[in-house]
Design a protein around this ligand. Sequence first.
Ligand SMILES: Cc1ncc(C[n+]2csc(CCOP(=O)(O)OP(=O)(O)O)c2C)c(N)n1
Ligand SMILES: [Mg+2]
Length: 686
Amino acid sequence: MATTEPDTQPRAEPTAAQAAQAAILARPATEERRMADAIRALAMDAVEAAKSGHPGMPMGMADAATVLWSKFLKYDAADPRWPDRDRFVLSAGHGSMLLYSLLHLTGHAGMGTEELRRFRQLHSPAAGHPEFGEHPAIETTTGPLGQGISTAVGMALAERMLASRFGKSLVDHRTWVIASDGDLQEGISHEAASLAGHLKLEKLTVLWDDNNISIDGDTSLSFSEDVLKRFQAYGWAVRRVDGHDHQELAGAMSQALRSRKPTLIACRTIIGFAAPKKAGTAASHGAPLGGDEIAAAKSALGWNAEPFTVPEGLKGRWEEAGRRSAGTRRSWLKRLAKHPMRADFELATAGKLPENWTEALNALRAEWAEAKPKLATRVASQKSLEALVPAVPEMVGGSADLTGSNNTNVKGIPVVRPGDYGGRFVHWGVREHGMAAAMNGMALHGGLIPYSGTFLVFADYLRPALRLAALMHQRVIHVLTHDSIGLGEDGPTHQPVETLASLRAIPNCFVFRPADAMETAECWEMALRRADGPSVLALTRQGVPALREEAGENRCARGGYVLAEAEGGERQVTLIATGSEVSVAVAARKALAEAGIRAAVVSLPSWELFAAQDVGYRASVLGAAPRIGIEAALPFGWERWLGERSAFVGMQGFGASAPAEALFEHFGITPAAVVAAARKLVEGDR
Ligand SMILES: Cc1ncc(C[n+]2csc(CCOP(=O)(O)OP(=O)(O)O)c2C)c(N)n1
Ligand SMILES: [Mg+2]
């Protein structure tokens, strides 16, 4: 007979995380701890109700967030768009319930209990991941790891630049980020952190949720560098704290306020803190905890309130925190009212363009109509910028180490330097992805209109940030030069063939591919006017002839237009081209006329603008005759404009290394090829 009791299960030894958790829970539950517990309870409840979501991160970072939002963050729940508020970015966007709980608890309108109950449901502002535009206090869309922290670098830079323009009395705020292990693993954060250190963005503070856990399990599976040493080497101040100790957290945040460098605070936390079985494990990362585990977690915290409710006294403490900076905001409003630069400040932060901003550009267009210069469109872009940048003080240029190739700098415009933010041109270094995310941050911050530069083919190095700009409706402009085999000898690694199609595939991203100098100026005007989304300017390295003879109306405004109508009767064929291939179409039209074939040439610099025109206009431009598309890129997407009786003259695969003229000949993107295709279509018609 067995002598042991058969009905008692042997107890598993507590894990290190469970032991640490027990020790923390044994500390006296202060009022601050109770405030953090409110976040934990709401996060558990909302994820449970939605039957999906990420409870672990909000539970782990609740203490750090409580210290930040009740003692340090400058904000007023009554006006979440107050321009001089601190910016808060939840880079680890999967922990969205952390942000929604904070907004709810601090008394922000539009994030009531009902909204929390509808977490992750259609049209709820409490979406799966924080989405810019869903609630005024959501500063940026996060979820794709690494984007938030990198966007925040742009916000912090924007603050420094606007402080330099308008002075400390109007612009004096900080940028705070909560980032996770995944954020710090993503390459983009390495680019952005390196840049922030270099630029000495001392008002940027990152709270790293150092919980050693990601989806696959312990981060030691794939992550073993000394993160603090890495950030130190970037030029950051670094600290390590117990992420559940409010005093340590507050101490580190106070030090960050005094730092002359950006600060990384590693908050050692337990993911899913308070959940008896799942804390400290990946199981709490991205799934509801389940009723029993929630009940046990609440009991461990001594939390007795009904789901989605917070005891009144505690809610009052939180709402007090939400009003903490109301007086500071009122004083700021008084300063603004009397400020000599008030009008300029309000114009800039509203994203409005100054009066007469097109004057110099129009003068340039008039000059070009006369002189008909043969210019690379990247050079025409530079000249357009020389007319625009002095007229629009919000414009901030830059390049990812290709300034001389992208032609994005303007003579006399100073460069942004570490500690000196009076410039309006940023040397981003070879950091396309970090550049594009930081530009999103500048646009989101408000007061700036960033434009970049790199090669078109390297759009793939910045695409995830551009996609977010499109999703968030932000005005950022990417100047992407060397836009085809026309760049020549650098060869197929540098010659985009699929890039235009891939950028056109991003919703709300406008791609402009101007044909000559005049169109370049017109496309610049359209990109700047576009306040609700990003624009890409695809520009040539090689010279292109002037095709336009008049400077009146901005013909690119409708996205596409008839550059040259067929002469001597109805069209027999319509040649539709973009960028450098419009001149190929013009030459082909002439040769076809000599052969007795009546061809019209349509320039189609922006498919998105053209698609937005009424059907009558589009039909009149595209015509009823057979169509030929001409573009030194893959045909992908061209079926949209071509129809059944059509041909395409362009690329079929990767390019090659040779002088540009030899490549256009080799790949058959020539007037002769267009003529042959036209003949086939027209003569096949007879
Ligand atoms: C760019 C990107 N890749 C992958 C994911 C999917 N994903 C969401 S969270 C996560 C990692 C979770 O680990 P961590 O960042 O440490 O967050 P924690 O689990 O500690 O909350 C991953 C891979 C993502 N959101 N973004
Ligand atoms: Mg983690």
